[in-house]
Design a protein around this ligand. Structure first.
Ligand SMILES: [Zn+2]
Length: 86
C-alpha cells in the first residue's frame, strides 16, 4: 500500500514537470510577446499571494510561474512562494 502511495506522489510530480514544459512549448509556439512586458497601462492591482498585499504590477516583484505571472511585495515573499511551490 505504501508503495502505491509513493508511486502516485511520484506520478503527480512527473506530470507537473511535464505540464510546465508543455506550457512553455505552447507559449513559445504561439508567438506571444515575452513575459515581463506589460500590455496595457491600466492601474490594475495585483495581489501578493503570500501576505495578501495589493500591489501595482510595475512596482512589484514578478515571478513567472508557468504561464501565469505572480506578483509580490518583496523578494522575501517571492522566495517564500517559490519554496512553497517548488
Ligand atoms: Zn508580500
Amino acid at each position: 500500500m505504501t508503495r502505491f502511495v509513493l508511486f502516485v506522489v511520484l506520478a503527480i510530480f512527473v506530470a507537473r514537470a511535464f505540464w510546465r514544459v508543455y506550457d512553455a512549448i505552447l507559449e513559445a509556439a504561439s508567438g506571444r510577446p515575452p513575459k515581463g512586458q506589460v500590455p496595457d497601462r491600466g492601474v490594475q492591482m495585483v495581489r501578493d499571494p503570500v501576505c495578501g498585499t495589493f500591489l501595482i504590477p510595475d512596482r512589484a516583484v514578478m515571478l513567472a510561474d508557468g504561464r501565469n505571472r505572480v506578483f509580490f511585495c518583496s523578494d522575501a515573499c517571492r522566495d517564500k512562494y517559490r519554496s512553497r511551490t517548488a
